[in-house]
Ligand binder design. Structure first.
Ligand code: GDP
Length: 172
């Protein structure tokens, strides 16, 4: 029996990785090529169907970690800011995703289900972070992994559904 029909999802990650646009694409099927200030999406409620059940997801961009069930940790596929440093030393000191993970672990319920999302997969020609590297990092950290594009919509709904399905499985 599912105890939870309503989940809270937070989107975290560096500025400009596409958090607002991912949410805008998922909730409104919209994309904003320019400033995030035109978007005006910081919170959305969206219904997600899992195994014939309807789960209501409250999705927040950069809200407090507490009381969140699910986390979408986002970075860009094409930005090398950090991933290259991973080999140099403790990646948590040098990689922005590592820092976000530390934040998450410090401030959230340890049971939070997290997906590492590599956004802007449409910019494949200038990609700087190979899929395999993102995948390996996610695996090492026990995270789900997916590459998305808010621009061409690929995997956007799938990313949200993956983590909602996981928490559904844990709680049902
Ligand atoms: P946020 O600061 O993380 O919320 O990032 P935004 O959603 O404001 O996006 C920052 C910039 O990246 C904007 O110019 C967006 O149009 C662009 N952007 C966001 N997602 C994508 C994507 O999937 N592909 C491409 N090519 N650009 C994107």
């Amino acid at each position: 029996m599912l105890a939870l029909l309503c989940v809270t999802i937070i989107l975290i990650g560096d500025s400009a990785v596409g958090k607002s646009n991912l949410l805008a694409r998922f909730a409104r099927d919209k994309f904003y090529p320019n400033s995030k200030y035109t978007i005006g999406v910081e919170f959305q409620t969206q219904k997600i169907g899992i195994n014939g059940k309807e789960i209501k997801a409250h999705i927040w961009e950069s809200r407090t970690f507490q009381s969140s069930h699910l986390c979408l940790l986002q970075r860009c596929c094409w930005s090398s800011s950090g991933l290259r440093h991973q080999q140099k030393a403790d990646f948590s000191q040098h990689w922005t995703t590592g820092r976000w993970l530390n934040e998450l672990h410090t401030h959230s319920d340890t049971n939070i289900v997290t997906i590492l999302v590599g956004n802007k997969s449409d910019l494949n020609v200038i990609r700087d972070v190979p899929t395999a590297e993102g995948k390996a990092l996610a695996e090492a950290q026990g995270l789900f992994f997916m590459e998305t594009s808010a621009l061409d919509s690929s995997n956007v709904a799938a990313a949200f559904e993956t983590i909602v399905k996981e928490i559904y499985n844990i709680l049902s």
